[in-house]
Structures are given as C-alpha cells and as structure tokens.
Design a protein around this ligand. Sequence first.
Ligand code: ATP
Ligand code: MG
Length: 404
Amino acid sequence: MSDEIRSVRGFHDILGNDLKKFRRITNVVRRILKLYNFEEIILPVVEYAELFQRSIGEVTDIVQKEMFTFQDKKGRWLALRPEGTAGTVRAYIQHRMYAERPYRKLFYEGPMFRYERPQAGRYRQFHQIGAEIFGVGDPEADFEIIEIVYKILKELNITVVIEINSLGCLKCRPAYREELVTFLNEVEENLCEVCKERKDKNPLRVLDCKVETCRETFKSSPKVIDYLCEECKEHFERLQSFLNSSDIPYRINPSLVRGLDYYSRTVFEAVSDDLSTTIIAGGRYDYLVEQLGGPPTPATGFAVGIERTALLLPDVEEDVESYIVIPFGEVKEYAMKVADILRSKGYTVEFSYRRGGLRKQLEYADKMGFRYAVIIGEDEMKEGKVTLKDMREGVQVTKNIEEL
Ligand code: ATP
Ligand code: MG
C-alpha cells in the first residue's frame, strides 16, 4: 500500500451521525426562514480580501490572524470567506437589489474558513447558515431576527439565553470611545500585548479580548449602553419591549461587543448555559452597505454556527422503513424488478450484493438496521411472490408482488 493521505488539520469530513445532526439543523433553519419569507442566495467561497478588510475591519482577530488569504496568478489578493455577511452585502449592492424593493430578506448557507487553533467546536473549515434583512432600521427587524434564532433553538430542544447589547451609532459612539480610551490608558499595564497595541487603533475591539486578565480588567470599564444617544436608547428600549411581550428569555450583557467592526446598535448572542459558548450570533450593521459602495441602507442579521450547534444536539435516531432484497439462486432479474417496484412506491431499498446463506444474510440485514428483508428464491419467482420478513417483529409472510 502507498502512503495514506489525510485531510488537512482543521478540515473535516462530515459523515454518519454528525451529518444527520448537521442536516437536522439546516432543515430546521431553512423551514423557519421560509416561514418568514427569506430568499436563498448562494455566494462564492472566494472574494477579494479587501471585502473583508473593509467590512469586518483591519484591526480584528478575523482579519489580522484568521483569514486564509492568497494571491491569484495576476497577484490580486483573494480570501476564503471567513463569514457570510460581507459577501451578502457585496451581492446586494452588485445586483442593485436596493433598487428593486424597499427591503429584502436573504439567507445563505455554506462553508466558512478561519485559521484558528483547532479544538472541539472550532475548526478551520466550518459551516454557517445565516440570514440578513436589508432596508429596515426599525427594532422590529432586530426582534424578528432574535425571534427566529430563538425558534430555531427551541425546535432543536437546545436551551440558551439570548444576550443583547447596543453598540450605539456614529453619533454617540465617539464620546464613548473617548471615555474608553481614557480608561484603557489608565489600566494599560494590566492589558495583554494585543490589547495594548489595539487600544489606540480600535479600542472597542479590545473589549472582545478573550484573555482572562483582560476580561477581569474590563469589568470596571465604561459601558457603551450608558453613552447611547436618545435615538439609540429608544431603539434599544423598543427592542426590549418586543422581547418582553414574547416568551424569549434574554439578558442585557453590557460587555457584549462582538468580534467584527461593522455592527451598530443591536448585537446579540445565543449562549448555551451548559457549554458557555456562543452558537448563534448577530446584530445590526446600519453603515456597512454604504461603506461598501451602496446607498445608505440599514440592515440586521444572524449566523448559526452549524457544527457548534450540533455539539448540543443528542444523537438523531431515525426510523426509516427501509428494505433489503435478498436473492437466492437464478432470480436476480426478478429480484431487481421487485426492488424497483418498492422504490417506485417511495421506499428505501437496497439490493443485497452479499453472497451466503439465509442466516448470514438476515444477520446482516438486522445489523444494518433494515426494517424488512424481502427474500426471493426460485419458488417465489415461479409464483410471482416474495417472502417478507419484518426484522423488528420477527414475523414472516408471503405476498404476491402486486400486494407490495
Ligand atoms: P468565537 O467567539 O467562538 O470565536 P466568533 O465571535 O468568532 O465566535 P462569529 O464570527 O460571530 O463567531 O460566527 C458566528 C458563529 O459561527 C459562532 O457563534 C460559532 O457558532 C461559529 N464559529 C465561529 N468560528 C468558528 C470556528 N472556527 N469553528 C466552528 N464554528 C465557528
Ligand atoms: Mg472567533
């Protein structure tokens, strides 16, 4: 045998039970998004690196440390997309979708790439399914987004708390930023090297640092919700009033800032209490469309981390009524026909390629979880019949093929 080639670190095959969970999640999300009239868009995996630098922000973990970038043969910098919002916004602008209707609801699904240290729930290729509402600045759109996220998790039987915060707008954030910089300068010696460097370039990003000593230090930092302007305050209060009149459990987390620069006003995360990790996150980004060359267009959205969500799902037990057709003797043509009659009725049918006696074949059928074994010998063929064994109940009957 030659040398075995293995998959690249952080890049995984998804199969078996993991795949069942994966599909269960995407099916639930798709069904719920359909209820809200979202349209799907399939986006390219590769974009110009500049798209992410200009949207996610130069001074962020994703752009500084986690992006897979490379040059094409003409020397242009491309990137494997690390998330889906930037590409959706790019497409929204490129196809002039803003000119077609006052607002638009889109969703995407697919692989995302980040050069992170692989561990449970953290991979270099992972998958997201996410949705965006363009053209609505009102808090009801933020509420709908959070409501969708909550419905998804409820249907999947995953208990979470939704944490919300407001990051303010271009009017109120500068004053907060100034206060924050003053604070960060005062506590500078307690900060990690990355934070020390970031505090002048992108002070808000500092608050997203995961280093324990930094987190401890930030407990006493000024909080952005104390600096909101009247409009932002009202927006945040109206969102809470929608939430209060629903059954969605939420709490305000004044330290929640998210790892991407494009957010404004509402940000939120669905945090599992048992794993204490984020599985779904999102928020409002009212300036991004304009920043990427479109007309001023408010927007809000979320993204589900599929693998991360799958970690919280129990194994999926599927009870498929599948058949295995087992031929004995010179009956293959007849047996194949029987298999196809069953398929034409919508059943899942496997034609057994195994050789060996009846007992061995039935053992195999049982082990593989088939519900029915369809046994066909020369006698059955002569009479136009099959022997049908119910593997679960253990009973066996003979049937005419018309009765199948
Ligand atoms: P984290 O704080 O865990 O790094 P993030 O803030 O970088 O998350 P987002 O960019 O908001 O994550 O992405 C939304 C969701 O995508 C996350 O909540 C998570 O479920 C999932 N996700 C992000 N990065 C990865 C990864 N490397 N592997 C698997 N899932 C991921
Ligand atoms: Mg991250």
